[in-house]
Design a binder for this molecule. Structure first.
Ligand SMILES: [Zn+2]
Length: 372
């Protein structure tokens, strides 16, 4: 079991441990133009084309080899060596975005019909029994935490903190109060799943943060954007101003992999103002929908991609952030998630939430050797 420190709030910013005379991480990355441009996401400053959710997609990127963490590779080859608790070889950062809590009845009806067609009579029966709307809740917390606990894992849940009437409003946060409190005591994290405007509007961001803090009765330090809406570098700057310690939204919606060539947490660099931003980015690498729907892979090929990412993380002692929505914790996607947990246990990976990784990074960072 990984070491857990439930209930602890980390208010300090991450630093990179550096011996006197050792090279600076940014200086090193800057030595290679191509890697520096990839790391800073320079192309996102220059290309105005974005999709309908105001996102920069992989298909627009000039950096095609998204399975190779080139920036991390360069750092490791120059002596950076992150170390994790109990000498674990790499990290699987587990997370769930809670977009929905109550499932519409027609979805259940559709699932029951599908199960009958496929002659899965037991499944159909259990779906029909759940047609009572009071029971039509998505897998929210207990089932997921129970599963993760059986693998010695923890994770982060990002919840929407929207007021009734807001765009994308899905549930009253108060409905989750009891469950949130229970899982937090067990070492799981609850962070903010920023709504449709929060990634570009400071007031929305702060309002949602304060609403969640009032329900949790504590500071909120972690962030993930709904639909992965993100603007480089504006969203990081807003998060910094609002007092977040980390973000974990930087992944492509249309392809899994390393969007800025990093398979490690890092402090982003703002090219407009020529400075480091004091928010830790724990880049998102795999989103369930991306891997299982958008990339149109069969389960074997999807697992093959997953393995390539894990192999890279193992080679460079990296962090693979995985996002599995609570409504995906059923059927084939649930089996896939279980396979990730099994693989992580087999490999001795540290499987935990972003809060613990951010805290660990602050204390330890990437060790850098002295220059020869
Ligand atoms: Zn979402």
């Amino acid at each position: 079991m990984a070491a857990h420190t439930p209930g602890k709030v980390y208010m300090h910013l991450p630093r990179y441990a550096r011996e006197e005379g050792a090279p600076d991480m940014m200086d090193l990355l800057r030595q290679d133009d191509e890697i520096w441009n990839l790391f800073t996401r320079k192309e996102e400053y220059e290309k105005p084309d974005r999709d309908q959710f105001d996102r920069f997609s992989y298909y627009q990127s000039g950096h095609r080899d998204v399975f190779v963490p080139r920036a991390s590779q360069m750092l490791v080859e120059n002596g950076f060596s992150p170390e994790y608790p109990e000498s674990r070889p790499f990290v699987i950062c587990l997370s769930h975005d809670v977009d929905t809590v109550y499932q519409p009845l027609h979805v259940r009806g559709f699932e029951a019909a599908k199960a009958l067609r496929e002659r899965r009579f037991l499944d159909a029966g259990s779906i029909v029994r759940q047609l009572n709307p009071r029971k039509c809740r998505e897998q929210v917390f207990e089932e997921i935490t129970g599963l993760e606990d059986s693998y010695g894992a923890r994770s982060s849940f990002y919840v929407l903190a929207l007021e009734k009437g807001a765009r994308e409003y899905a549930y009253p946060l108060e409905d989750l109060e009891q469950e949130i409190s229970t899982i937090r005591k067990g070492g799981w994290e609850v962070g903010l799943h920023g709504g449709c405007d929060a990634y570009r509007d400071f007031e929305s961001l702060v309002r949602e943060k304060q609403y969640l803090e009032s329900v949790l009765d504590r500071k909120v330090t972690g962030y993930r954007s709904h639909y992965l809406r993100f603007r480089v570098p504006e969203t990081w700057e807003l998060l910094e101003r609002a007092g977040f310690l980390y973000d974990t939204s930087l992944g492509y919606p249309d392809c899994v992999g390393f969007r800025n060539g990093m398979c490690h947490p890092f402090r982003p660099y703002d090219l407009n103002r020529d400075r480091e931003i004091s928010v830790l980015e724990i880049p998102l690498v795999v989103m369930d929908r991306t891997l299982l729907l958008h990339m149109r892979l069969n389960p074997e090929r999807a697992w093959d991609r997953m393995k390539r990412l894990f192999d890279a993380a193992e080679r460079y002692h990296g962090v693979i952030t995985v996002l599995w929505h609570n409504e995906f914790m059923t059927g084939d996607p649930l089996r896939f998630y279980r396979k990730i947990l099994e693989y992580g246990r087999e490999k001795g990976a540290w499987m935990t939430g972003s809060h613990e990784i951010a805290a660990w990074w602050r204390e330890n960072g990437m060790r850098m050797p002295k220059a020869p």
